[in-house]
Structure formats: C-alpha cells, structure tokens
Design a protein around this ligand. Structure first.
Ligand code: GUN
Length: 298
C-alpha cells in the first residue's frame, strides 16, 4: 500500500485565497492595509531566502511590507531600538525577527521586546503562555498552526487521536503540542512529546495515530518506527549532499519518505509539504493581528 500524499502546496494555496479575500475586503470596505515588518540580522543564506519569500508573498497579497536588513555585528541595543520603533509604528501590525540571531544578541530579550499584539510569530512569552493555557484567540506559531490546518483539511482531525510529536523546539515541537492539546478546533488530541533523549523512541512513535516529526535530523524516522495506517507529518527540511543535482544537494525531511509511504496512510512530502504552509500562516496571522489592532469587525 502506498500512502496518500498530503500536498502542502495545494492546501497553502487554498488558505492563501481565503486570506486574499480578507485583505481585499479590508481595502474596499475599510480602506485599510495590514502591514508586516521583517527584521533580518546577519548573512545566513537560508534566513535571507526565507525572509525574502515572506516579503515577496506579503507584497503580492497587498500587505504593506517592510524588510529591515542589518549587519551580523549589529549591537543588541540597536535591534531593541528598531523593535521599539516598529511597536510604535501605526502602519505596522506584524513584526517578525528572523531567528537565529547572531550570538551577541540575546534572543529572549528581543522576543520579549516585541509588542505581543504584533507578534505574528507567536514567540513572545505572553503568547506562548496564552497558547499553553488553552486560549484560542492567540497568535500561534506559523509552522505548527500550518500543520493543524493540513490535518483538518485532509479529514484527519486530531480530536481523540494519539498524536506523537518528535522534537521539543520553541518554534515547532512545544507549540505543536499546545495546539493539539487545546480545547477547540484542531485540538482535543492525546499528546506525547518525545525527543533526542527519549528511550526506545521507536516504541513511542509506533503508538501514534498521527506522527509529527520536527527533530532536524535527515531521514531520522524509518518505516519500522511508524504504525501501519498512521498519518505522518514531516516538518524537517535538511540539505544532504547530492552530486547528481545541479546545486550539489537535495532536500530531505526528518522521515525516510520512501520507506514511510509504504506504511503510513497519508504523508507529507519534502519539499512541497509543511514548508509552503508556514508563509501562508504568517500572512493569515498578520491579517488577524491587523484586524484586532484596528478594532475592525470583518
Ligand atoms: N527561523 C526558523 N523558522 C522561523 C520562524 O517561523 N520565524 C522566525 N522568526 N524565525 C524562524
């Protein structure tokens, strides 16, 4: 049996259309334009590519978009000043500081400085706390929020299911568990979180009805770690050397796809799986933040 492929590209497109309709209505009915600021510090090529795509998408959708690019040696004080300026700027409703930051900058301090109402990444401790305590009206981190949409829109509602999350990062694993646990849409799951220090990890992952993997190790989850018929969501994006490719590398997930697709009932590919969802959910969060800040009833 070969698994159904869950196309993030298609689901992202559908959500993008819904968000586009909201943006168009805000413009025509309220003469209102949501604004997003992205801040990029340093010269990590992957971060440049991600932030570039976020701005391009925002512009294409009619969101006012401002990218601030700073050198790798930017002092923490300077970045704090920029964040304070964006917090006070009425044209800006969403602020995203791309992570990771250079080592002279305390990431926690920067995230704490962002106005929680403009925190479209959902990384501010107030928003993390709201999500963890089960609030539904909260800006949730984009990647795990995207995973929930993928599950719901493919008929795989997590409610009542055993969801096993592999990975405990602040960007994916932890907020993923909070979203799945929450009462309400996309939640009500039984949740197990495991990680690199979990003993006999395969014994845990084999219990999953829905297995969500975000551990950052190429092809870490093998076919025999998956329960037959499980739904597998692969959040990993890893470059592995491949001299047969023009670029010299190819992208693989955290799941050994060829093995996994013979065991799972449904699986996300890499690329074209979770990846496209993240940017789409960022646009949706930006519109949510803007509407709340402006007090507009849609
Ligand atoms: N670095 C990797 N993923 C993300 C993300 O979703 N948001 C931010 N700000 N930085 C990241």
């Amino acid at each position: 049996m070969s698994a159904t492929i869950i196309s993030g590209t298609e689901i992202a497109q559908a959500i993008r259309h819904e968000t586009q309709a909201r943006i168009d209505a805000l413009k025509t009915q309220h003469n209102f334009v949501p604004g997003l600021a992205t801040v990029l510090v340093g010269d990590d090529p992957a971060s440049h590519a991600y932030v570039g795509m976020k701005n391009k998408t925002a512009k294409e959708m009619g969101i006012y978009s401002r990218q601030i690019t700073l050198g790798a040696d930017t002092p923490e004080e300077e970045l704090l000043g920029i964040v304070a300026g964006l917090n006070a700027d009425p044209q800006i409703h969403g602020i995203l500081v791309q992570l990771p930051l250079p080592k002279q900058i305390d990431e926690g301090k920067i995230l704490l400085a962002i106005d929680p109402a403009k925190d479209v990444d959902g990384f501010h401790p107030i928003n993390v706390g709201k999500l963890a305590t089960g609030e539904t009206e909260v800006l949730a981190p984009c990647t795990p929020a995207g995973v929930i949409e993928m599950l719901l829109r493919t008929g795989n509602d997590p409610a009542g299911k055993h969801c096993v999350v592999v990975g405990r990062s602040n960007i994916v694993g932890r907020p993923m568990a909070s979203l799945l646990l929450r009462k309400g849409r996309g939640g009500n799951a039984t949740v197990t979180v495991c990680h690199s220090r979990t003993r006999d990890l395969g014994a845990v992952t084999r219990l999953a009805d829905i297995l969500i993997v975000a551990i950052g190790i190429p092809e870490f989850i093998r076919g025999d770690m998956i329960r037959p018929g499980a739904v597998v969501i692969d959040v990993g994006v890893n470059r592995v050397d491949d001299p047969t490719r023009e670029k010299g590398y190819r992208l693989v997930g955290d799941v050994a796809f060829e093995e996994a697709k013979e065991v799972a009932s449904a699986i996300t590919p890499v690329p074209g799986g979770v990846g496209p969802m993240t940017i789409t959910m960022l646009m949706s969060n930006t519109v949510d933040a803007a509407v709340r800040l402006a007090g507009i009833r849609e």
